[in-house]
Design a protein around this ligand. Structure first.
Ligand SMILES: CC[C@@H](C(=O)O)C(=O)SCCNC(=O)CCNC(=O)[C@H](O)C(C)(C)COP(=O)(O)OP(=O)(O)OC[C@H]1O[C@@H](n2cnc3c(N)ncnc32)[C@H](O)[C@@H]1OP(=O)(O)O
Length: 285
């Protein structure tokens, strides 16, 4: 879809967009931010919610300039659990502090980058508290990676889906986003990187159409996701806003869609599809 067509569609949807009610969550964010004042408290909460997999920082033995952050969860294509988000924070901190290296390679084991959030975990934390903690921790890790003086390189092998696209975007690599299909919008702090890398029109197109569903179909699936995508792009393209306000707004936008009925239904449908695909595969054998 070209930009003119996209703008035309956006204009025709404006009425609905304006009518959709999205809560701002200001009060909730203030309460949660005092409950989880320390980074460690948020990271530990995530670890408690979902186990399985790990993320490790290592140095490349043959090339001392290279550090590497590796996702280990090969049986689920390196899908991120809460424990992995916890480890990712520690690994990124270690990587950006390592004075012996100039580059950080970010990759998944076994020839796959990452298939996004682990779906059981994603379903379990589909709440305001879950969205706040996950968003804050992952956004902080991605910011550290993006703002560090290391050159970060995402090795995009195999699957790169959902939140994994946000990690890849923080390393400045262009990838497709599937969040529209899930009835949400980027939840790991990736909105900023997408707008920075692609510009506003392309970012809107990617968020609303790039992946699997077109804008009109997406709007039927979840007008909330569509509206959130628009708000996220406007947030980073608007003038006269300071970076902190933008970051807070990105978090509010994400929290307004995470755990919504559309989102819960989408997680359920995606999991059902995976189970059905697995059964079909085993029948064919
Ligand atoms: C804020 C984060 C959040 C967001 O952005 O909104 C997310 O990231 S949500 C997750 C988004 N990701 C997805 O929707 C991807 C779901 N997975 C797939 O569509 C497919 O697995 C695939 C990535 C297209 C690969 O397909 P294929 O090559 O056919 O492999 P399998 O489907 O057989 O996968 C192997 C194995 O891995 C399990 N798996 C894969 N991804 C996930 C996941 N995200 N969470 C949990 N489990 C996952 C899959 O179920 C298979 O397991 P078994 O059936 O037990 O072998």
């Amino acid at each position: 879809m070209n930009n003119a067509m996209l703008l035309h569609r956006l204009a025709s949807l404006r009425q609905v967009t304006q009518a959709a009610s999205i809560h701002t969550h200001v009060k909730t964010i203030a309460q949660l931010s005092s409950k989880y004042e320390k980074d460690e408290a948020k990271e530990n909460w995530l670890k408690e919610q979902g186990d399985g997999g790990s993320v490790k920082y290592t140095r490349n033995g043959s090339n001392p300039d290279l550090g590497q952050v590796t996702f280990h969860h090969k049986e689920k294509l390196n899908a991120f659990t809460g424990a992995m988000m916890h480890d990712f924070s520690l690994a990124v901190r270690e990587a950006v502090k390592d004075e012996r290296t100039r580059c950080v390679v970010v990759r998944g084991e076994n020839g796959n980058f990452c298939s996004g959030g682990e779906l059981n975990f994603v379903e379990k934390i589909a709440s305001e508290e879950g969205s706040y903690v996950m968003n804050t921790v992952m956004m902080s890790s991605l910011k550290k990676l993006a703002n560090s003086d290391k050159v970060s390189i995402a090795v995009l092998e195999g699957s790169t889906m959902g939140g994994a696209s946000e990690i890849a975007s923080a390393c400045d690599i262009r990838v497709g986003f599937v969040q529209g299909k899930m009835g949400v919008c980027p939840g790991w702090g990736g909105g900023r990187f997408l707008v920075k890398t692609l510009g506003t029109a392309r970012a809107m197109e990617y968020l609303s159409t790039a992946a699997v569903v077109g804008a009109e179909e997406l709007h039927k699936v979840s007008k909330h996701a569509f509206v959130a995508a628009k708000r996220m792009v406007v947030n980073y393209s608007g003038k006269n806003r300071n970076p902190k306000e933008r970051e807070e707004e990105e978090r509010r936008i994400f929290m307004s869609v995470w755990g919504h009925a559309d989102h819960k239904k989408s997680i359920h449908d995606i999991r059902e599809n995976l189970i059905r695909a697995k059964k079909e595969k085993s029948h064919k054998k």
